[in-house]
Design a protein around this ligand. Structure first.
Ligand SMILES: Cc1cc2nc3c(=O)[nH]c(=O)nc-3n(C[C@H](O)[C@H](O)[C@H](O)COP(=O)(O)OP(=O)(O)OC[C@H]3O[C@@H](n4cnc5c(N)ncnc54)[C@H](O)[C@@H]3O)c2cc1C
Length: 416
C-alpha cells in the first residue's frame, strides 16, 4: 500500500485525494487553514471548456498595459521590486505568441473535456449534490471590438469541437428568460457548466473523512527532509510526516515558497480576485455569463447570484482593493439594467489567489529532480474546471498507471 502525503487542501489537493482514495493508498492531507475558506470556495464555480485560449496570448501584453492605467480595471500588476515577478513577466512575454496559443489549445480542450466528464459522473453519486448544472455560458459584449474578438474565439472553438453559437441581442434575451440583458450580442457555449464551489469542497472533505483519509488541518508544512534524490519526510508545524512513497504538492499560490525549499524553480504569481454574492433573489440570471468588457463572471447558485472578477498580479497578499471591487459593481447594471448593486462592505468581500503560471498552462507531473515529488498547481482561473481531471492524472501518475491524456505540455520543469 502506497503512503502518500498531499500538501494543500484546495480543490486540486482534494480531488487528488478523492481519486487516490479509490486505490489502495494510505493518504495524509496537510492544510494550513481550518479548511473553511480559500481560493477554492468563493470563486465563480464555472466549468469552462470554452476557455481554450491561454492567458498568455498575442496582444495580452498591450491590453494589460492599457488596463494598468485605469484604477477600476479588471487587470492590474502590483508594482514590486521582485526578481520572481520580472522572471514571470519575461516568461509571460515569451509565451504570448501564436505558436504557443496553437500548442496550448488542444491541451486545454482535452483536460477541460476530461474534467467535465468526470464532474458529470461525480454529480451522479449520491454523496455529491453540489449544484452541478449544464446550462452553458454566455460571453456577453457591448462593443464591436470585443464582438470581433469573441467571434474569432468562437470560430476556433467550433473548429476544435467545442460548440459555440454567435447570438444577436434578441437571441441572448430569448435564452435569458428572467432578467433583462443589455448587450450588443453574445457567444453561447452550450457545453459549459457551473456548480457551487463551497458546497463541492465541503462534500469532498466529508467524503475523504469517511474514506479514512487522514486530514491534518491547521498544520503548515515548513520544510522537507531529502535523501538520495527523494523527499524522506515533510516537516510541519505539528511534527514530522515520514515513510513517504509520494508527495503531492498542491499548494496553489503558495507553491513557489515550498518549491524553493526543495531547490526547484516554479515561476508563479498570485492572481488576486474578488467575489460577492446576492442572496435569495426572487428572479435570477438563468445562464452564467461573463461580461467580457469588464471581465466579470456572473453565476447563479440556486436562488443566489455571485459576481466575481479582477486579476491583480501580486505576491501572497489578501488585502482588498475597493476600487477594483467598484469596477465589478459598476459593470453589473450596464449589462443587467434591472440588477442594481450597492458597493458591498469591505469585510463582506471574498478574495482568493489564483495560482498563475506564466504561460497559462497548469503544472501537472512528476519532478525530474526529486523522484517522489508530484506537482499539481498553476490552474489560474480554471482550477475548479480542471480539478477532477488533474486529480485523476495525479492518481494515475502516483500509481504508475497509463495517464488519461498527454501531459508533457504541463511539465512542472518546463521553465528550467
Ligand atoms: C474571483 C475568482 C473567481 C474564480 N472563478 C473560477 C471559475 O469560475 N472557474 C474555475 O475553474 N476557477 C475559478 N477560479 C480559480 C480557482 O478558484 C483556482 O484556480 C483554484 O481554487 C485553485 O485551487 P488550488 O487547489 O490550486 O489552490 P488553493 O485553493 O489556493 O489551495 C491551496 C491550499 O494549499 C494550502 N497551503 C499553502 N501552503 C501550505 C503549507 N505550507 N502548508 C499547508 N498548506 C498549505 C493553502 O492554505 C490552500 O488552502 C476563480 C478564482 C478567483 C479568485
Amino acid at each position: 500500500m502506497k503512503n502518500i502525503c498531499i500538501v494543500g487542501g484546495g480543490i486540486i489537493g482534494l480531488f487528488s485525494a478523492y481519486y487516490l482514495s479509490k486505490k489502495s493508498c494510505q493518504i495524509t492531507l496537510i492544510e494550513q487553514t481550518d479548511l473553511s475558506d480559500g481560493c477554492s470556495f468563493g470563486n465563480a464555480g464555472m466549468i469552462v471548456p470554452s476557455h481554450i485560449i491561454p492567458l498568455a496570448a498575442p496582444g495580452m501584453m498591450a491590453k494589460g498595459m492599457k488596463m494598468l492605467l485605469d484604477s477600476q480595471s479588471p487587470f492590474y500588476i502590483k508594482p514590486r521590486a521582485s526578481t520572481d515577478l520580472l522572471k514571470w513577466g519575461y516568461h509571460f512575454y515569451k509565451a504570448s505568441t501564436e505558436q504557443h496559443v496553437r500548442h496550448a489549445i488542444p491541451l486545454l480542450r482535452d483536460i477541460s473535456l476530461l474534467s467535465r466528464q468526470l464532474y458529470k459522473t461525480l454529480a451522479e453519486e449520491e454523496a455529491f449534490q453540489f449544484g452541478f448544472q449544464e446550462k452553458g455560458l454566455l460571453m456577453l459584449y457591448q462593443t464591436a471590438q470585443v464582438e470581433k474578438e469573441e467571434a474569432e474565439t468562437a470560430k476556433i472553438a467550433n473548429e476544435i469541437g467545442i460548440p459555440a453559437h454567435i447570438l444577436s441581442a434578441k437571441e441572448v434575451q430569448d435564452l435569458e428568460t428572467e432578467i433583462q440583458v443589455a448587450v450588443r450580442g453574445g457567444v453561447y457555449f452550450p457545453k459549459d457548466a457551473h456548480l457551487i464551489p463551497q458546497v463541492l469542497v465541503k462534500e469532498l472533505i466529508g467524503y475523504l473523512e469517511n474514506k479514512g483519509v487522514k486530514i491534518l488541518d491547521k498544520t503548515s508544512v515548513t520544510s522537507f527532509e531529502k535523501k538520495n534524490g527523494q523527499i524522506q519526510a515533510v516537516i510541519t508545524s505539528n511534527g514530522k510526516v515520514d515513510k513517504l512513497d509520494e508527495v503531492v504538492l498542491s499548494t496553489g499560490a503558495w507553491s513557489p515558497l515550498l518549491t524553493s525549499q526543495l531547490g526547484l524553480t516554479l515561476p508563479m504569481q498570485s492572481g488576486k480576485g474578488y467575489s460577492f454574492t446576492l442572496k435569495d433573489r426572487l428572479t435570477n440570471v438563468q445562464i452564467p455569463s461573463i461580461l467580457t468588457e469588464a471581465k466579470v463572471a456572473v453565476t447563479p447558485m440556486g436562488t443566489d447570484l455571485r459576481f466575481a472578477g479582477t486579476m491583480e498580479i501580486t505576491d501572497v497578499d489578501l488585502s482588498v482593493n475597493m476600487q477594483r471591487v467598484r469596477g465589478i459593481v459598476d459593470a453589473i447594471p450596464k449589462f443587467y439594467p434591472e440588477i442594481k448593486v450597492n458597493l458591498p462592505e469591505k469585510e463582506t468581500i471574498w478574495k482568493g489567489l489564483r495560482p498563475c503560471s506564466p504561460d497559462g498552462l497548469p503544472y501537472i507531473g512528476r519532478s525530474k529532480h526529486l523522484k517522489n515529488l508530484i506537482i499539481a498547481t498553476g490552474h489560474a482561473m480554471m482550477g475548479i474546471s480542471l480539478a477532477p481531471a488533474t486529480g485523476k492524472l495525479i492518481e494515475e501518475i502516483a500509481t504508475n498507471e497509463q495517464v488519461s491524456m498527454d501531459i508533457e505540455g504541463f511539465s512542472p520543469e518546463r521553465f528550467d
